[in-house]
Design a protein around this ligand. Sequence first.
Ligand code: FAD
Length: 419
Amino acid sequence: MRVLVVGAGLVGTCTAWYLRQHGAEVTVVERAEAAGMETSFANAGMLTPSMADPWNAPGTLAKLLSWLGREDAPMLLRLRAIPSLARWGMEFLANSREAPFRSNTRKNVVLANYSLGLLRSLRADLDLEYDQGSGGTLRACRDQASLDRATELGGLLKTHGVDYQVLDRDGVIRVEPALGAVAEKLVGGIHYSGDESGDAHLFCQELGKASAMAGVEFRFGVEVIDISLSDDKLIIESSGAEKREADAVVLAAGSFTASLARKLDLRVPVRPVKGYSITVPRGDWPDGPRIPVADDHLHTAVTPLGDRIRVAGTAEFAGHDATLRPARIENLYSLLDAVYPEFASRLDRRSAKPWCGFRPMSADGVPILGSTQVPGVFLNTGQGHLGWTMAAGSGKAVADSIVGVPAEIDIGDYALARF
Ligand SMILES: Cc1cc2nc3c(=O)[nH]c(=O)nc-3n(C[C@H](O)[C@H](O)[C@H](O)COP(=O)(O)OP(=O)(O)OC[C@H]3O[C@@H](n4cnc5c(N)ncnc54)[C@H](O)[C@@H]3O)c2cc1C
């Protein structure tokens, strides 16, 4: 069976790996010059079933309205993006009601847990090194209301197998001593000991190499321009006038999947949600952070990745505008200062690497996986803020469904047909 995968981000690379394990003849077509160069390049690096709750949670509309026009808003809606969000936006808001939110959270936890288990096996079996950390993640809270909310969510996630421990202020400092300087500002937190972390780009590169050695063909620097179905054959046209035939195609093009799918008359409700990060050398900081810390109030995460520290956060509905806005980058420095003030004050900003990427966000906050109305065309997208966490599980589930192996999770929960 010949399968063509569009996109060599986390999701496409994992899909290709598992397809090859099933014996398929796999080609990955990627417009960048290497794997993991777009949204999978410099994300927050957290592998977090603990963050399985979709961003369209109860109260989202009120928050979005109150944050309109504020450059320091955790979730910023740019007015010019509104036309492109019309129907998707209505669905996004409809899914923020309590009942769909809970059901969508369950679907995400199932996939996230499954995925993390697979990632651990890949790491062990292939000896992958990606600056991984296995000490869990910490949710730090600055007021009682936010600790209460985080505890309630912890309870919901626990019913789906995510372990958590509620901590008072001293407990937080015991788990992450580097937070000592801001201890007075914290009321407590939650330690999710089963979470992990690691550099997504390094992982992509490593798994890409292993896949190539296993026989996956990577065509880098080639952009897929059109896909059509003719006489039961899928025809894929790419830049450089390349034309290929395949028995199956997987659209794993991140937030660009929707526009590719439109060429096949498929409506895939995924939109880009822009996010930023800065990566700085850890330098001489022997007592620096051991695990990622997500600050609930500041909506940011600070993740140690080997000899680097990454600060990531914020969400912006701005279409595919890749401008690195100074105000949003400045925001990340302020957030770093609020979490690790001593480190922030001696940081040489010239050594910082700013970045932005587009989370492929589905209208209900749950990935879109599996077959479509077009025979042979499969989707693997919509992982949103959890694409690193869910990549291995999504890849395996989609690969299983293409070759007809019984899936280990109910892939029907993630089908396009739900929209
Ligand atoms: C600031 C930020 C922080 C984040 N933090 C986390 C985190 O801590 N944990 C987590 O789990 N997730 C996190 N995410 C989300 C995660 O990074 C994404 O969900 C994930 O990278 C998406 O992977 P992907 O493979 O679907 O997309 P991408 O990485 O964007 O890959 C898609 C690929 O398709 C290629 N492509 C597109 N169109 C075409 C075409 N026509 N022809 C050929 N190639 C094409 C692109 O070049 C790209 O390489 C974060 C995201 C952001 C922005």
